[in-house]
Write a protein that binds this ligand. Structure first.
Ligand code: NAD
Ligand code: MG
Length: 384
């Protein structure tokens, strides 16, 4: 049976892992929409390879180039945010939401409002608009399949159990490239060092988030929205080998964990085949070769990001959207060489100290808060 799929953010790391899984079983998949921000030639090549129905470039300035690259193929083209949302709302069996940042929120919402099945990698959408998005999921009877490896692990560990029986949920964290670095060393961390993740090969923004531990902070908020838990039931545990992807403890003292290689094709395959399973090219997990698994409590002195995220989640309202936007702005500034590594968390903390806008009640209000928080963060960065 052929299943239809759209991939939002097809040219990114998650997009590439998804397409790699489709390549192994081409006959089973019909690709509908593929989207990218601006990498037109890559997008066009993928659209041709997978014979997509439509290719969309978010940055409208690149549309003429995309049209030219796909002329004569019969593949439709479109550009701009409205076209991106239209593409996200196309009726398909599964939509993979793999745009990075709050830029993915409106397309995710469009897919949710159609009542579709969405494999959600775009965690920033849930952080910024968690309540609004989850209400829409319920109202529109959409299905969100958690694709982030930790959340996919938790999703698997919850099967067959009752929410009331959960004692706690533990998100594991690799600790990133600076796990053992001192406070002083962290102040000197360069872009190149921060971009070298020990276990995972990912896009630049999430790789920096892993180095600051903000990735785990965002995932903490993501888990709160996705699963039937209170904030005080959520834990973070540093586990440098990234073999256990997360765990759920039940009230009888049983802890269920999901283990696997640190390769996103595993959780993506879980979403694509859900509620079944599919083959992937992963070698069997060789625990004897791995030898030892180790665990450490997170150090919030050196890595304040998880504390900032927890506090933003506790405050609720606009705070998580402000946290996310300030972090996106600070990470972009760090990647552009404008601020030092240690200043990322400082910028986020200072932005959160401004008087908070009221809790957003619509997608438009979230996007307004997001835009304002970026301006505040950028203002702060002019003075650091
Ligand atoms: P990436 O930077 O490799 O790719 C991002 C994709 O989004 C690209 O296709 C890009 O064209 C598109 N994009 C970027 N800005 C856009 C904009 N303004 N409008 C429209 N499209 C835009 O990122 P990634 O590592 O693949 O991560 C994607 C999402 O998945 C992120 O939210 C990330 O946190 C999450 N995630 C990634 C991984 C991973 O292993 N890479 C793991 C877990 C979760
Ligand atoms: Mg993750």
């Amino acid at each position: 049976m052929t299943r239809s799929i759209s991939i939002l953010g097809a040219t990114g790391s998650i997009g590439a892992s998804t397409l790699d899984l489709l390549r192994q079983n081409r006959g089973s998949w019909k690709v509908s929409a593929l989207t990218a921000n601006s990498r037109v030639s890559e997008l066009a090549a993928l659209a041709r390879e997978f014979d997509a129905d439509i290719a969309i470039v978010a940055d409208e300035l690149h549309l003429p180039q995309l049209r030219e690259a796909l002329s004569g193929t019969g593949i439709a083209t479109a550009g701009g945010i409205a076209a991106l949302c239209e593409a996200a709302a196309r009726p398909v069996d599964i939509t993979v939401a793999a745009i990075v940042g709050c830029a993915g929120l409106a397309p995710v919402m469009a897919a949710v409002e159609r009542g579709g099945t969405i494999a959600l990698a775009n965690k920033e959408a849930l952080v910024s608009a968690g309540d609004i998005l989850m209400h829409a999921v319920e109202r529109c009877r959409a299905t969100l399949l958690p694709t982030d490896s930790e959340h996919n692990a938790i999703f698997q560990c919850l099967v067959g159990n009752r929410p009331d029986d959960i004692r706690s949920v533990t998100l594991t964290a690799s600790g990133g490239p600076f796990r053992t670095w001192s406070h002083d060393q962290l102040a000197t961390a360069t872009r190149e060092q921060a971009l070298r993740h020990p276990n995972w090969d990912m896009g630049a923004k999430i790789t920096i988030d892993s180095a600051t531990m903000m990735n785990k902070g965002l995932e903490f908020i993501e888990a709160y929205h996705l699963f039937p838990v209170e904030l005080d039931q959520l834990r973070i545990l540093v586990h440098p080998q990234s073999v256990i992807h997360s765990m759920v403890e039940y009230r009888d003292g049983s802890t269920l964990a999901q283990l696997g290689p640190s390769d996103m094709r595993v959780p993506i395959a879980n979403c694509l085949a859900w509620p079944g399973r599919m083959d992937t090219p992963m070698a069997p997990l060789d625990l004897a070769a791995i030898g030892e698994l180790s665990f450490f409590a997170p150090d919030e002195e050196r890595f304040p990001a998880t504390r900032l995220a927890r506090e933003a989640a506790q405050s609720g309202g606009a705070a998580p959207a402000v946290l996310n936007a300030a972090n996106e702005a600070a990470v972009a500034a760090f990647l552009a060489g404008k601020i030092a590594f240690s200043q990322i968390a400082v910028v986020v903390e200072k932005t959160l100290q401004r008087s908070m806008p009221r809790a957003p009640t619509s997608l438009e209000e979230v996007l307004e808060i997001d835009g304002n928080a970026r301006v505040w963060a950028n203002e702060l960065m002019e003075h650091v």
